[in-house]
Structures are given as C-alpha cells and as structure tokens.
Write a protein that binds this ligand. Structure first.
Ligand code: SAM
Length: 591
C-alpha cells in the first residue's frame, strides 16, 4: 500500500525537517510525515514508517525508537517558562526583556479571571500562553523561534473539526440550553473570557477565529507526559504537554503499533514502534498510537473532532456518558423528590454511563456512581409507599446548632449566616453544594429501623442492603429513564440541527441514537443494564470516569421558600453526636 504525497499546502514535512535541523529532534530514517488517509472530514497529517528503511536491530525491550524530541523542544507549563526565560532564545537583551516581561504580565492578568480560575487545567494554561504568543508575534515582539515555528506552522495550520474549532458556536444560546449539562457552557464561557481578555489588550484582526484555532489545536494535540518527581524516586506525575512531530501521530486502538514514553536519563520524549505489529506485506504503514485505551465518545468529539470506530482492543466497548438535562428534574420527581437538590447535596453527578457494545446500549450498573444516581429512587425500607429520604428545608438550623456546639457559642450567632449561605449554595449553578450533607435524612434498617444524615457512600451501604430493595429501586429508575428518554428525544428532534455547528450536530445525533436504542430495548424487553448480560459475556468493563461536577454552569433550579416554623433536630437524626463528630473540623474552622 502506498500513501499520497503531502499536498503542497501541507507544511508538516517542512516542519519535520526544521525541528530536526534546528531543535534537536532526531528520527529513524524509516519515519516520515504524510497526508493520512484515515479521514476525509479534515486535512489530516500522519506519521508513516517504511519497513525497508528501518535499520536492523532494536532496543533491549524489542521496540524500535522512531522519534526523539528533547524536553526543551516540548511545551508544558514548565518548559514554556524555561524557553521564555532563556536569553539565548532572543536576538537582543532588550527583546528578551520586552517579550518575557509582557508574557508574564498578560499571563498573570488572564489567570486572575474567575472563568479561567474555576476551570483551570494545564491544557487551558497552554492555550492562554499560545494565544498571548500569537498576539505578540503580530505586534512586533520577538518570540523564541521554537515557539514561533510551532505556533505558526503547526497550531494555526491544524484542521481539527472539533467543538473548539466551531467556536464561537452558532446559536450558542440554544446550545447552552440543550447541551449545557454536558459542560458545553463552561467551554463557551472560557472561550469568551479568553477572547475578551485578548481584545482588551490588543487591537488585532481575527482574534476570535485564531483563538478558536489555537483552542482546537491544543486540545487535540496535548499528551499526558510522565515526569519523575525526583531522580531516585519511582513516583511520577503527568504534565499536559505539546510534543512537536510526535503529535502528527493519529489514534486507532485497533491498529496501535507505537506508544510514547520518556527517556528517564534525560527527559527526552520518545516514540517507540512495536515492529511485530507491522504487516510484513505492506512496505509502508501508518504509525498509530492510542490517545486513550477507553473511548468516551463525547470527549473524543470535543477534544479530537471524531468518533473512533468501535475497536476490539478497547474491549469491544465504547462509552457515552449520558448527562441528564437537569430541566427534567422539574418535570418528574420520583417520590416527590427534587432530584436537583438531592444530587447537589450529595455531590452526585447527574449522569448515567452508557456502554456501547455489539449494537446494544447498556446502562453501566457495575460502577459505584450508578448506585449513587439510584439513591433517590429507593423506597423507605419499612413504609414502602414513601421515599427513603426526607429533605430538611430548615437545614440551616442544624448547621447553626452544630456550629454552636463546636465553638461553644450561641446558635443565634450562626443562624443568619447559614440561612443565607445555604440559600446561595442551593441556588448556585454549581453541581455540588460542597458542605456537610445535613439536609437529607436517610431512613434505614440497621440493628433497628432508624434515620440519620449520611453521605452518599454510607447511604449506598445501608439503602441497598437487600437485593429486594435494590431491585425495586432499579425498577422505579427504569420507568424514570424511559420517560426521560422520551422527553429528551422529543426535545432534540424539535431542534433544527442545520442551525448548529457541525460538531454539535454530531453530538446531538449520537445522543439521539443512544436514547432511541435504550427505548427500543426497553420496549422489546431486551437487556438494558450491563449486569443483565450476565453469562452472555465474561467481559470486564474498563474504567471510564464520569465527567466532573460542573462549576458555575450547571442549572439553577431551586425555587426555595424557607418557612421559619418549629424545628426539632431529633426529627431528622438519631445520630446527632456521631454527625457532630464527623463534621467537627468543618464547624470549628468557622469559629
Ligand atoms: C494529535 S493530532 C494528530 C495529527 C493530525 N492528524 C494532524 O493533521 O496534524 C489529533 C487529530 O488528528 C485527527 N485524528 C487522529 N486520529 C484520528 C482518527 N482515527 N480518525 C479521524 N481523525 C483522527 C483528529 O483531527 C485529531 O484531532
């Protein structure tokens, strides 16, 4: 099989040569960069290896080193500072002082923005750096040449086709309304904030378009590069890092034939080929690495702009973290419970993990988070016609009592504070209240029928003690899920997809596919939960994390009126002393 030559407008071959000639990158003679054939959707480069040109022999571990990139030619939040602070990277001392101090000032200003602080990640900080570099390079500042080359010939030339490439999203208000619970609002906020900060500091053309390109390129090219904490330690941390040339490698979990690593001797990043994974018949093969062995499709689409094919190497499964639109919490309330308030107090992510497996969509009920999601559907273990949870609208009085006991002061000193604070936390757009869970009482049978204010882990231990309780709860949840799917399918099908950016259309279509599949399976009485496959598969599901709890961009559904009626603490707990003990630190810190 042969691959097409690089298109004349594709600079990656030239970039490869420049990194080799000027920035210490070395490579195996069999390695080259070419147009990849994996996708027609975007212009796509890839790394290729020609077997005939690979020298004989290999490393001790049988792998062949294809590429070596010195640490100082990679970009992490640490190396960028080192590159900026190295005077030898500038033509004059004056240029060094001007650029390095301006970058630090602007970076400091950007990082004070609350939208950035609340969502800070190393990848975001890299975006901030490169957006600043782009503006400086267009404003008569000198940039270290390694940064300039990577920015201008890689980041700004990359086509990704992800959610970030589509920023600012068409019809952003509707997208926020219908996909905000997936965290899209946070992406939009950060993008708008970065653009706004840049526009305040520079009057340049095309800021929005270039910022979007840089966001998309960095999000799709960052690698998690391990770094030892110290020379004599086995412990290491990982840094989000941009690694030139290696980042031309594409992803395919079925065709993986290489992986990257760090040379512990000098911290170079190396790309290592498994020669056994090459097909003898093909003289030239595309090099594939794995961006992630576990494929969660929303994340792949947002970061990389594509849904990978279902691959046997990923255990034959992919995931869709079905985030629940919190607006539905107003529509249906199991046992009359306000689910928004429940999940917020317990810091439970309103998200159901779906497993895409052999043309089926199965709810992953084998993870702890599923049990957590299920909790508010549980019936009272004695009074089966009631919920097993009770909400205390006057929880601020419990907080005041705890604080008074912990600090030996009067309850009155704290009442107003907690009333206002709890009010603001319950009404906030965060998905977690982030206070001790003292608002929901759980009824359970231990040695006797009793009640206490437990956290989610404790609740799971006591609520699902018996298989009956679990089965009954799961049935109630299944009805809820069916109704949710109908509601959401209806909402999504009423949308005019053509009004949206391409990536949002792809996400909406895939979610519809998942929801319709669940409904079809439920209607046909087919398995809906992963554990229902018992016996028909011995597959052990890989771990796929749920998305984090949203900050500042969840829904705010609380409409709370807080009556000031008689309040008896003992109606809400049988375990006051244990609870006080448990949360003593929180309350003593208030003083
Ligand atoms: C780290 S870059 C790889 C190099 C990139 N192809 C280029 O042209 O520079 C990651 C991007 O490559 C593309 N890509 C990688 N693997 C892919 C695959 N299996 N299918 C479709 N696109 C892929 C996606 O656009 C992704 O965002």
């Amino acid at each position: 099989m042969t691959f097409p030559r690089l298109a004349s407008n594709c600079p990656s071959g030239e970039v490869f040569q420049l990194f080799v000639a000027k920035f210490g990158v070395s490579h195996n003679p069999g390695l080259s960069v070419k147009n990849s054939t994996i996708t027609d959707e975007v212009a796509c480069n890839g790394l290729f290896v020609r077997q005939a040109k690979l020298p004989e022999g290999c490393r001790e571990d049988g792998l062949v080193e294809l590429l070596r990139i010195p640490r100082e030619s990679t970009f992490s939040i640490h190396t960028i500072l080192e590159i900026l602070n190295d005077k030898s990277n500038y033509k004059t001392e004056a240029a060094f002082l001007k650029t390095s101090s301006t970058v630090k000032d602007l970076f400091g200003t950007f990082c004070q923005s609350s939208a950035i602080i609340s969502r800070v990640s190393e990848t975001l900080l890299l975006v901030v750096y490169f957006v600043i570099f782009d503006c400086l390079s267009r404003s008569a500042y000198e940039l270290p040449s390694v940064i300039k080359l990577y920015l201008q010939q890689v980041l700004l030339k990359t086509e990704v086709g992800s959610l970030y490439s589509d920023l600012p999203l068409k019809d952003a208000c509707v997208v926020r309304q219908f996909f905000g619970h997936y965290g899209v609002g946070g992406i939009l906020d950060v993008f708008e904030m970065v653009v706004c900060l840049v526009q305040r500091s520079f009057s340049l053309d095309d800021i929005v378009e270039r910022t979007s390109r840089i966001f998309a390129a960095i999000s799709s090219r960052c690698l998690e590069i391990p770094e030892e904490l110290s020379l004599d330690s086995e412990d290491f941390t990982v840094n989000s890092t941009l690694v030139p040339i290696l980042d031309y490698a594409n992803h395919d979990n079925d065709k993986v034939n290489a992986h990257f690593d760090v040379d512990r001797g000098n911290c170079d990043v190396v790309l290592l080929l498994d020669r056994n994974a090459l097909d003898e018949k093909n003289d030239e093969t595309e090099v594939f690495i794995s961006y992630s062995p576990v494929e969660e499709l929303f994340q792949f689409e947002t970061a990389y702009g594509f849904f990978p094919k279902l691959s046997q190497n990923s255990a034959g499964v992919q995931f869709w973290n079905l985030c629940i639109d919190q607006n539905y919490f107003k529509v249906e309330k199991p046992w009359g419970i306000n689910l928004d308030m429940f999940y917020k107090w317990f810091s439970i992510k309103p998200c159901i993990q779906c497993v895409l497996y052999e043309d089926q969509v199965l709810i992953n009920d084998a993870i702890e988070e599923f049990g957590e999601f299920l909790l508010p559907f549980a019936p009272n273990p004695v009074h089966g016609e009631e919920s097993c949870f009770q909400y205390n609208i006057q929880a601020y009085k419990s907080f005041a009592r705890f604080a008074s006991k912990a600090n030996d002061r009067s309850e009155e000193d704290y009442l107003q504070h907690f009333r206002e604070y709890i009010d603001s936390r319950e009404k906030s757009k965060d998905q977690a209240i982030a206070m001790p869970q003292l608002a929901w009482t759980c009824y359970f049978v231990g040695d006797r029928y009793t009640y206490a204010r437990l956290d989610k882990g404790q609740c799971i231990d006591v609520v699902f003690e018996s298989d009956d309780a679990y089965g009954c709860t799961r049935d109630l949840f299944t009805d809820y899920l069916r109704n949710y799917c109908f509601w959401r399918i209806r909402a999504l099908t009423l949308l005019k997809f053509e009004d949206f950016s391409l990536s949002v259309q792809k996400i909406a279509r895939l979610e519809l596919l998942v929801l319709n599949k669940i409904v079809d399976q439920l209607n046909a009485g087919e398995p809906t939960f992963w554990t229902d496959l018992n016996g028909s598969t011995t597959l052990k599901l890989p771990k796929c994390p749920l998305p984090p709890l949203l900050q500042m961009s969840g829904e705010c559904l609380a409409e709370i009126s807080r009556p000031d009626t008689n309040f008896e603490e003992s109606e809400y707990t049988d375990f006051f002393d244990e609870e006080l003990d448990r949360y003593l630190d929180f309350f003593t810190q208030l003083s």
